[in-house]
Design a protein. Structure first.
Length: 418
């Protein structure tokens, strides 16, 4: 029963995280679009910065923005902050439930850096906090006076951080770590800069003082940063389910490419919202970068030595099939079993069971992506798998795809990709 409660807790926290993220992203995208679409008007109050007329749900809305604040505080004021806070709290809970409680399995790769579980967790937390401290220092430095220079500095910093994480954590752990670090920067922008600045403006109004316009300008800058970081963070959340993206040699370069792709896509929509001519070139550029990311994914697959491969004497045909099934059973069945033997795992991960030949043949494609052309499995290479063994699995899958059905037992399905 405890195992089921743990499984449900992961599901419910993940559900909450997705819902909160949708709410936060939706409000962020909406307000950036609203801010860029504001137009001046003769009938606007003196303190107003601009207005926008919108229609939705059968009604018309007249949105008026005050760059600092109106001369009189409204009776009701809605604060957009809990979406961001809930996204962070649920995300950190999910990080703890999945990664920190099983850090030896999901965060550590002894081939990269032999860490104790507590060390991996400590480095992870330090990286999350340190990422915000450095980013915030960049924004408050003289670089922050020029948005373009600041954006370039922030890009270089995030890419360098992503590379550094690949030198400390497993492939999966490093990818998740950079996603959480960027997400924390976005939340901290809300909690440490945007909301406190807005509260100071409100306090000044209540006291009858003139609010400092710097708070509004600083909040707008951080909000725009969040807008451009949103798409890369979503990519990391989704990309963590695709081993050929996160478990390759160039995963950190792929992330850098995705940051640029996200930026040019947001530039397209932000320009349209502003009412300027649409920069259609951004889609061509984004498409070219996407193809480059695909190339990097392929180029970063595990490499092997032909001579070393021949020394393994895997054979061909039936001999290759037997060797592949034995390898998967030996290296994977301790976790991927009806009753897993790995300490702390109560259910076969993702419901994938690899205890016999029929089980394995039903998962040929998944085995290929997870263990043949990426380093995703075994996680952290905790149960050692040589590059030559990964190549053997790739050749085995190619042989089955060519239609050697004589190797497939009756009732097995070698085309089930899960």
């Amino acid at each position: 029963m405890i195992d089921y409660a743990w499984m449900w807790s992961e599901l419910l926290v993940r559900w909450l995280h997705v819902i909160a993220g949708i709410a936060w992203i939706g409000s962020s995208f909406y307000f950036i679009a609203l801010d860029l679409s504001l137009k001046p008007g003769k009938a606007l109050p003196e303190q107003a910065h601009g207005q926008a007329w919108q229609v939705h749900g059968g009604g018309f809305y007249n949105m008026v923005k005050y760059l600092v604040a109106p001369s009189r505080m409204p009776d009701e004021l809605t604060w957009f902050k809990w979406e961001a806070y809930t996204t962070f709290l649920s995300g950190f809970a999910l990080l703890t439930i999945i990664y920190y409680t099983q850090s030896a399995l999901y965060m550590i790769d002894i081939e990269i850096l032999d860490l104790e579980p507590w060390q991996a967790i400590a480095i992870s937390i330090a990286g999350i906090v340190g990422g915000w401290v450095v980013y915030d220092a960049l924004c408050r430095s003289p670089l922050g006076r020029n948005d373009n220079v600041l954006a370039l500095a922030g890009f270089v910093f995030i890419v360098a951080l992503a590379w550094a994480f690949t030198q400390m954590f497993s492939a999966r752990g490093a990818f998740v770590q950079i996603g959480v670090t960027i997400g924390n920067i976005m939340v901290a922008n809300v909690a440490m800069v945007i909301i406190p600045g807005q509260k100071k403006v409100v306090a000044a109004l209540v006291a009858g003082d003139d609010p400092d316009p710097r708070y509004g300008a600083r909040g707008k800058q951080r909000s725009l940063h969040n807008n451009y970081l949103t798409l890369p963070v979503i990519f990391v959340m989704i990309g963590g389910h695709y081993p050929a993206i996160f478990a390759t040699t160039y995963a950190w370069v792929i992330l850098a490419v995705v940051i640029v792709i996200g930026a040019v896509i947001r530039h397209f929509f932000n320009t349209k919202h502003k009412g300027d001519p649409a920069p259609w070139w951004t889609w061509i550029f984004a498409g070219a970068l996407t193809l480059f990311a695909v190339f990097l994914s392929h180029a970063g697959a595990p490499k092997y030595d032909e001579q070393a491969y021949s020394e393994y004497e895997f054979g061909t045909g039936a001999a290759l099939h037997v060797a592949a099934v034995e390898l998967v059973t030996e290296r994977c069945a301790s976790c991927h079993a009806v009753e897993p033997l790995w300490d702390g795992i109560a259910f076969a991960p993702k419901g994938v069971v690899l205890e016999n030949e029929a089980d394995i043949l039903r998962r040929v494609d998944e085995i290929y992506w997870q263990a043949a052309v990426s380093h995703a499995m075994p996680p952290g290479n905790v149960i050692w798998m040589e590059p030559e063994e990964r190549e053997m699995l790739a050749r085995w899958r190619a042989m089955l795809k060519e239609g050697d059905t004589a190797l497939v037992p009756t009732g097995a399905n070698n085309d089930d990709s899960g």
